[in-house]
Write a protein that binds this ligand. Structure first.
Ligand code: RIB
Length: 316
């Protein structure tokens, strides 16, 4: 039986501008195209988990404008329960301006808008969803007090807590570290949170070990085309990425997170869930946009069959 997943986080309408290269400070460049795509880290993760077959419910806030309606509609189409997403009068739906260059790399500016209304009160109103879920996942695009309240509540109820620390905070309150079962930073986020500077595999491992010492149980560092580093106090394993031609890396990390928790919730081992999520995000980077880039279940299952070596415990 599938265990239920609660994902709490942001919903944004992404305005994606494709360009040859990013503008330098003070420079004007001409863009090629402007497209509107449903995004937001929380919504992208919920959309992924739902599309891959998870029993997911999302909490988050949008405005009463038409963008909000579109975002809720898209989430619901993934199979995720979007009925508890709150619509607020005071603020417009969150938006993100995303620059994507010829290499598929991106830079993102988020204007939070209604995401700021995802507060402690709203989470309290939806307490029953915490009770009904086995996994509770957060990112960092909603007010921090709500995230910390949600993590403490989930832990108190004995749930598995997943935190994708994006965008990365400088640090977290002392008691939060030890409430996290899975922390899923990318390489820059793990360095920032651990105060390490060296952008090398050794620097990243040192940073991750530092966060383990603060009490986090497991860390998965997403490393782009290098794969995922899984580290806890017993093991350190690098899961290599499937080699693909990246077109747009937007939401690749969200796809990884959504797929990872969906895998765990349907009973995969951690190793299997990482491989499953690694393959899902290898597809996402070959497609444009955030939610528009997420593969469906059949595609990922096909890749698992083609790429996994049973003798290596199902790894690539
Ligand atoms: O992780 C990608 C997401 O970050 C985008 O969809 C954008 O909305 C920002 O939240």
């Amino acid at each position: 039986m599938k265990e239920r997943i609660l994902i709490i986080g942001s919903l944004n309408m992404d305005m994606v501008i494709e360009m040859k290269r990013m503008p330098l400070k003070g420079e004007t460049v001409l863009g090629n195209t402007l497209t509107y795509v449903p995004g937001g880290k929380g919504a992208n993760q919920a959309y992924t988990s739902g599309k891959l077959g998870g029993a997911v419910v999302m909490l988050g806030c949008v405005g009463t404008d038409s963008l909000g309606e579109k975002l809720i509609g898209n989430i619901a189409r993934s199979g995720t329960d979007a009925s508890h997403i709150r619509r607020v009068e005071e603020e417009p739906t969150g938006t993100a301006v995303i620059y994507v260059d010829e290499e598929g790399d991106n830079s993102i500016v988020v204007v939070s808008g209604a995401n700021g209304a995802c507060d402690v009160e709203y989470l309290k109103e939806n307490h029953s969803l915490f009770e009904e879920s086995a996994y509770v996942m957060f990112q960092m695009e909603i007010p921090y007090e709500a995230i910390f309240y949600g993590i403490r509540k989930a832990k108190e109820l004995g749930k598995t807590v997943v935190l994708n620390p994006a965008p990365a905070p400088d640090t977290l309150p002392e008691d939060i570290w030890e409430s996290i079962d899975y922390l899923t930073p990318n390489e820059t986020e793990v360095l920032k949170m651990s105060g390490q500077r060296e952008m090398s595999m050794e620097g990243i491992k040192r940073g991750a070990r530092c966060l383990l010492q603060k009490g986090v149980k497991n860390i998965l560092v997403t490393l782009g085309d290098k794969g995922v580093l899984f580290i806890n106090d017993k093991e350190e394993v690098l899961y290599p990425a499937r080699s693909v031609e990246a077109l747009d890396t937007t939401a690749a990390g969200d796809c990884f997170n959504g797929a990872f928790v969906a895998g765990l919730a349907e009973g995969m081992s951690v190793e299997e869930a990482i491989t499953f999520a690694n393959l899902a995000s290898s597809v996402a980077v070959t497609r444009k946009g955030a939610q528009s880039s997420i593969p469906d279940r059949e595609e990922v299952d096909e890749l698992v069959k083609e790429n996994c070596n049973v003798d290596k415990g199902g790894r690539l």
